[in-house]
Design a protein around this ligand. Structure first.
Ligand code: PEP
Ligand code: MG
Length: 567
């Protein structure tokens, strides 16, 4: 078995087609007629542009707008004035067209590969692609054509370039395996858009996987099994079939409102960690963002991100989501979330210690940087502020007072913000649950963080295997807590959502409908699945289920009842 980057989910079973790259080696030749040599270069460039135009057209015809955009950027590297000038000048100076093309594109490739920003680095692949195309045409070589493959092909290539994928007829390709590329590479973006399972960066794939070998590619796990035994093959065939059926059925839930079977509307939003996740969440048909874990911005940095940096990140999400709601959680540091440069003291009980809102309120000037950035972004969309690890009302009052100070500071600077920005509590501690009525009276919304709430309620560390048997939402103690939080929030007339993993648990969704939860915030790939389950239950059925399970005394009985009731 080979392992690589799990770039695009799904299982592909088929025969390996190892696409060998064209032989681009050449011996530089002396140039006697520079004009004729420039003519060869121009002809190769014209053929390359013609080929790219066809690919763009074919992508547009298949509705692959973003991918056609990538090819357009690709074309720009063939039409770039700087490159053309350098190549023609080199030919005038005596270089052959092949050498001039290679030198110029090598220089650009090196420049882009050395850039700090991963997205810019990934553009180096486009430059290599144009270089390959131009050289192949100059040398009279054929480019790898993935459009004429037999059915169920597992494409194995050293590097999957955008032009290779341009003509792919997705019905022919069961999966893709490459030797290069990360999750943000164009190859990964295109594979995901085409929904072709893909494992990237498998070392030595084109040498170790022989053409014609039967392969299983598990894009979700990032594994490639070559020549599987019959048991493995039939297990994967079953899994692939089940996945395909499930996925096809879920498409019926795209683009429709999220409603229970009796028409009660729910909000179905996504959990994200980075501004760039917003696009993926929208692709999965989210109705907004229910939890933006802002600490990822802090984790990815080497020092505290400035107001400008944070503003840019929050604004990006606000703009991407247009008028859809975006709940941004303020810095949740400590416990299981370490930010090394912040140098928080080591503690015996980090989950009960100096973390999240406790740290922020103790460092108000630092916290205000984030609050100002959030306020500024609120001028560009429906941004809401969520406070993590709340245990008493004082914390909410202090946050509100700081937000008011920040508003005055922005007024003084003449900067716009939403003066009515909503401030809500992440309900994830037993204390917050017990004073839900008090918090609801002074908050604009609740979002229940079951990941921590279960841990704190059951005194069971969410990462500790030995106590995992205690850590689940079916525990009667957890159920009572959730019922209380939701009913207190509803009584106060505020929105009550859930952003912990339990919101996406298919068994648990009817319980949450019965409790009266209004918003479900789940990971992007769970959105259609959650919409489907919500659509299957009426409030009356969910209420009956809740009444039944609230009488049970053990989590095992609750879970068994939910399994029996599952639709
Ligand atoms: C939670 O605690 O449920 C939650 C959603 O936040 P995190 O997992 O980031 O602690
Ligand atoms: Mg939490």
């Amino acid at each position: 078995m080979y392992e690589g980057v799990n770039a695009s989910d799904g299982i592909g079973i088929g025969v390996a087609r190892v696409a060998v790259e064209p032989d681009l080696s050449f011996t530089p030749h002396p140039v006697e007629d520079a004009a004729a040599e420039k003519g060869r270069y121009e002809e190769a460039r014209a053929r390359f542009i013609e080929m790219t135009d066809k690919q763009i057209e074919s992508m547009q015809a298949r509705g692959l707008v973003a991918e056609a955009g990538i090819m357009g950027a690709h074309k720009e590297f063939a039409e770039d004035d700087g490159l053309i000038e350098q190549i023609t000048a080199d030919i005038d100076a005596g270089k052959c067209a092949e050498q001039a093309v290679k030198d110029a594109y090598d220089m650009y490739y090196d420049m882009f590969s050395a850039m700090e920003d991963e997205l810019f680095r990934e553009r180096a692949a486009d430059i290599a692609d144009v270089r390959t195309g131009l050289l192949a045409f100059l040398l009279g070589q054929e480019l790898v054509d993935l459009s004429s493959l037999p059915e169920n092909s597992i494409v194995v290539v050293s590097e999957l370039t955008p032009s290779m994928t341009a003509d792919i007829d997705k019905d022919n390709v069961a999966a893709i395996v490459t030797e290069t590329g990360g999750r943000t590479s164009h190859a990964a973006i295109i594979c995901r858009a085409l929904e072709i399972p893909a494992v990237l960066s498998v070392e030595g794939a084109t040498k170790n996987i022989t053409a014609g070998a039967l392969c299983i590619v598990d894009g979700g796990k990032g594994t490639v099994i070559v020549d599987p035994d019959t048991d493995t093959l039939s297990t994967y065939r079953e899994r692939a079939k089940a996945l395909a059926e499930e996925k096809a059925a879920l498409e019926a839930f795209r683009g429709i409102p999220t409603k229970t079977a009796d028409g009660i509307e729910k909000l179905l939003v996504a959990n994200i960690g980075n501004p760039s996740d917003a696009a993926g969440a929208l692709e999965h048909d989210c109705e907004g963002v229910g939890l933006f874990r802002s600490e990822f911005l802090f984790m990815d940095a080497t020092e505290l991100p400035s107001e400008e940096e944070q503003f840019a990140a929050y604004q990006k999400v606000a703009l991407a989501m247009k008028d859809k709601p975006v709940i941004i959680r303020t810095l949740d540091v400590g416990g299981d979330k370490e930010i090394p440069y912040m140098d928080l003291p080591k503690e015996e009980n980090p989950f009960l210690g100096y973390r999240a809102i406790r740290y922020c309120l103790n460092n108000p000037e630092e916290y205000k940087v984030q609050l100002r950035a959030l306020l500024r972004a609120s001028a560009y969309g429906d941004i809401k502020i969520m406070v993590p690890l709340v245990t008493c009302i004082d914390e909410i009052r202090k946050v509100k007072a700081l937000v008011e100070e920040c508003k005055k500071e922005l007024d003084a600077r003449g900067i716009a913000y939403n003066p009515n920005i909503e401030i809500g509590t992440m309900v994830e501690t037993p204390a917050a649950s017990l004073i839900a009525d008090v918090l609801a009276a002074e908050c604009d919304f609740f979002s229940i963080g079951t990941n921590d709430l279960i841990g704190y309620t059951m005194c069971a560390d969410r990462g500790q295997d030995k106590v995992a048997y205690l850590y689940n939402p079916y525990q009667p103690a957890v159920l009572r807590s959730l019922q209380r939080i939701i009913s207190e929030g509803n009584k106060a007339g505020i929105m009550v959502g859930m952003c912990g993993e339990a919101a996406a648990d298919p068994l648990f969704i009817p319980v949450l409908i019965g409790f009266g939860l209004g918003e479900f915030s789940v990971s992007a790939p769970s959105i259609l699945k959650a919409r489907r389950i919500i659509s299957l239950w009426t409030k009356e059925e969910a209420d009956a289920l809740v009444e039944k399970i609230m009488q049970y005394k053990t989590d095992a009985e609750v879970k068994a009842a939910l399994q029996a009731a599952a639709k």
